[in-house]
Design a protein around this ligand. Structure first.
Ligand code: DGI
Ligand code: FE
Ligand code: FE
Length: 197
């Protein structure tokens, strides 16, 4: 986590160098939204902001480099993940956050690692980063954004379940293969998802 204001600014500047402009603005939106959600729900604001700043730090890394990075760290790559930057950038990002950006806090590293698929029984920080990624001010494509944004500041689990429901519908409608962990996350929260109308 950024320990001083200088560290924080340097981290933002370093990640900016790795991202296209629109992705950098998205990153700032996620960091700001995650920080606001942390204040609202009693989570650590600095951890939330740092995870937000770094969550997509590996987005533009070459996919073969993402794979070699994961392999080097002993992280398994599933058949669906192979060659798929949309799924691999979160795993690779969690490694880079530690090795390149000096983040040691496992809570932050896990929040980065699971920000795309989620995982069963997520921590509050993991939920916050996952939700912030979906609702930051620059997002405008997903359905129900107004309702999900409102829910995020009232009931974190409700917002999480709304996102999981819409994400699974989106992946199914577009005939995209569903990742093992995306499915496991959905299954874990399914009872709560069913109570949504
Ligand atoms: O990196 P971002 O664009 O900010 O957002 P993200 O890390 O949540 O990645 C979203 C992408 O990940 C989106 O294109 C859909 C894809 N994705 C998430 N879960 C799955 C998935 N793609 C497939 N095929 N299967 C999944 O289960
Ligand atoms: Fe991402
Ligand atoms: Fe993102």
């Amino acid at each position: 986590m950024a320990k001083t204001e200088k560290d924080r600014l340097e981290m933002i500047r370093a990640v900016q160098k790795e991202l296209k402009y629109a992705r950098f603005i998205h990153t700032l939106g996620v960091a700001e939204t995650a920080a606001a959600l942390a204040v609202r729900h009693g989570c650590d604001i600095h951890k939330a902001e740092t995870a937000g700043i770094l969550h997509d730090c590996a987005k533009y890394m070459d996919v073969s480099k993402m794979e070699s990075l994961c392999r080097k760290e002993g992280l398994e790559i599933s058949p669906l993940e192979r060659g798929n930057p949309a799924l691999l950038h979160s795993k690779a990002g969690s490694i880079l956050a530690r090795t390149k950006y000096g983040v040691e806090d496992p809570d932050i590293l896990e929040a980065i690692r699971y920000h795309t698929t989620g995982k069963p029984d997520m921590s509050m920080l993991e939920k916050i980063v996952f939700i912030a990624d979906y609702i930051e001010p620059g997002r405008d494509q997903a359905p129900h954004l107004d309702e999900i944004r409102k829910a995020a500041f009232e009931d974190l689990d409700k917002a999480l379940c709304m996102i999981l429901k819409d994400t699974l519908s989106y992946l199914r409608e577009n005939e995209r293969e569903i990742d093992f962990l995306t499915q496991k996350t959905y299954d874990y929260y399914e009872d709560r998802i069913r109570t949504l109308n």
